[in-house]
Design a binder for this molecule. Structure first.
Ligand SMILES: Nc1ncnc2c1ncn2[C@@H]1O[C@H](COP(=O)(O)OP(=O)(O)OP(=O)(O)O)[C@@H](O)[C@H]1O
Length: 273
């Protein structure tokens, strides 16, 4: 018997009004952004969603957490069809569907302390001992509890991203959408944040959709990958399989774009041949 995935997506379609082409009178024509995506997000797995700019990654992610309303197909979460749920009906599910964004500086309230930023959502959901849990969660993401009294601008980019992760995991969600969360970080901070995310996913049995335009990042953290191209799935499968034997020219192009590791060319001059 196969295990039911946490999220099941079937023939997902989404169109939005194209305001750039709106006539003076009458409605704007619609632009088709997602043209029929079908995939599963297995429980406890990190699934990479990759593709060139404009391929529909962010739109697909926002549809998954129902920040956007699909125009066709279905999204099933824990066996429940959430495709057309109204905002009040979605409310009890919101705690389970968390997000981490690319730019933690703009997603963290600059006037709130780190402790408040992590405790606030817990208090909203009536989680007991929110302040104590906020301190514990800070330590869980590798930051000292004393950071609770600091403000976002007093942290480095990598530390701020850890706060973004802490705020999401403090709610003990089932699913996290991570949209380009390491794009703004230097390479060593990137590696640390990715290791943390993997560790948390394992410890907490989190299901994560990890959006990135960078296949090399996906390769390091994800067990399966979905390659998007112009609102369609170009290829999907276990990460290793997709990397080792890409079936789509789109995937091959993304693989070819991965920069080679830097080579110290002075080394060649010292080698005796
Ligand atoms: N609100 C909107 N109105 C009209 N078109 C939109 C809207 N949001 C996105 N689009 C278009 O939908 C397509 C997919 O956008 P999306 O942001 O999902 O792509 P992406 O793969 O995440 O790109 P990037 O890597 O650049 O963030 C793009 O062509 C974009 O211009």
């Amino acid at each position: 018997m196969s295990v039911e995935p946490l999220i099941r997506v079937r023939d997902l379609q989404l169109s939005l009004p194209d305001m750039a082409r709106k006539p003076l009178f009458g409605p704007a024509p619609r632009i088709e952004i997602l043209k029929g995506l079908s995939f599963d997000l297995p429980r406890g797995a990190i699934t990479g969603i990759v593709g060139e700019s404009g391929s529909g990654k962010t739109t697909a992610g926002r549809a998954l957490v129902r920040l956007l309303q699909p125009t066709g197909g279905s999204i099933t979460f824990k066996g429940q069809d959430i495709t057309h749920l109204s905002e009040p009906s979605l409310k009890p599910l919101r705690r389970d569907l968390q997000m981490i964004f690319q730019d933690p500086m703009s997603s963290l309230n600059p006037r709130h302390t780190i402790g408040r930023i992590i405790a606030n959502p817990m208090e909203r959901y009536g989680v007991p001992n929110a302040k104590k849990r906020a301190l514990e969660t800070l330590e869980r993401v590798g930051l000292p509890a004393s950071f609770a009294g600091r403000f976002p601008h007093e942290l480095s980019g990598g530390q701020r991203q850890r706060v973004g992760i802490a705020r999401a995991v403090a709610l003990d969600p089932a699913f996290i959408l991570a949209d380009e969360i390491v794009s703004g970080l230097d390479v060593s901070s990137q590696a640390q944040v990715l290791t943390l995310l993997q560790q948390l996913a394992q410890d907490m049995n989190l299901t994560i959709a990890f959006i990135s335009h960078d296949l090399s990042v996906i390769r390091n953290v994800c067990s399966q990958v979905i390659v998007l191209n112009q609102g369609l799935i170009a290829e999907a499968g276990p990460c290793r399989q997709v990397f080792d034997a890409p079936q789509s020219p789109i995937t091959q192009t993304l693989i070819d774009a991965i920069p080679l590791p830097e080579i110290d060319e002075s080394w060649f001059d010292t080698v005796q041949v």
